[in-house]
Design a protein around this ligand. Sequence first.
Ligand code: HSE
Length: 433
Amino acid sequence: MDVAKVALVGFGTIGSGVARLLLEHPERIARQAGRPVRLVRVVDPDLRRARNMTLPGGMLTGDLQSVLADREVAAVVQLIGGLEPERSIMLRVLESGKDVVTANKALLAEHGVELFDRARQLGRSIAFEAAVAGGIPIIAAISECLTANQVESVRGILNGTSNFILSEMGQRGSSYSESVSEAQRRGYAEADPTLDVDGTDAAQKLAILAHLAFGARINWRDIPRTGIDVVELADIRYAAELGYHVKLLATAELGGDGLELHVSPTLVRQGTPLAEVRGAFNAVRVVGDAVGPVFFHGQGAGQMPTASAVVADLIDTVVGRTAITFRTLRLWSAEGGSAVATCDPARVPGRYYLRFRVNDRPGVLAEIAGILGSNQISIASVIQHEASEEGDELVPLVIMTHSAPEGALRTAMQAIDRLPCVHTGSVRMRVRD
Ligand code: HSE
């Protein structure tokens, strides 16, 4: 039986997980692929660093060219982070006649059109299940299993680091900065956690999902995003008092006015599946017109969950399934426009959680309520505790609204923030029931 020879570029955490699956479970993989899949080369510039996996002698090399020149290598798994040299390496791999498997969502979000068009010209494929939500098979679900549907909505917890930090704050009562430090200690957050906590990582993943689910040609930078770095422990506590958990939700919803897209900290009703996703886990809820709601939950990062998705892609590539999906789906292309327009966020209705820091004196609530009322925003509930957490002068005032367009909320908040009795630091978060 023909052996499928494959190579790995990048022998870091995920790379060693992939090597482990390929080398420790060859029978399982051969059974799924219909033929043996043999890892023949692992390319990494660092030949000395200790990994939790030892390769057979001679397999690790710093010489990428030796892989590109080996005509017997049919597919290359590329597991290097960043945009360059990853982009150039991917182009060289494709041009050397090999299919690619990648986990690099930033690269696809940034250079997807160029890389996918080049792969198509060359008759090659790029598989990327591990790029979104790690071990959860959400790419296959949307691009293969749910294709009979018009997808109506995709909502996800797509950044495990943010979810871990919010869970720590909620469950342990730790501050934001203590929770970030704990995420770093456990290896979830980078030394510089900016891309996780400011919503960039989730927006890049959402752009990929929106492309697959709705044919939306959206640049991730155009997705309105707010990260969890604006969330304070007080908000988590008020949310709990109101019956919600705060989650960083990535949302793509099809409405009459087009596609609504955003990444934002959101109050999600306790007891609903997304609200109960804890720790570093990811989850995605997809609604299709035929299937109704479907829910996916699992580990969105980490060595073996990500390696699970990568190796499944590799098996699909070796079998030829990836090539068929890749050809038929016309993912990322300079040709053709977006299948759907994005809607004006100002017109999208929603419920909101508002927190203001106000002077504790008569008439303040009436002034704020008056501005909300004049913008046609109805108040659903109000919390003001007697004991101030901020000293005698200022008290927090929390308001839950009924549904109102985001534009009206923005206008009202600007007017409220100009009131002399309202101090800096107002907070506005969406609510999902
Ligand atoms: N850093 C991401 C997360 C995983 O925390 O979910 C890689 O995209």
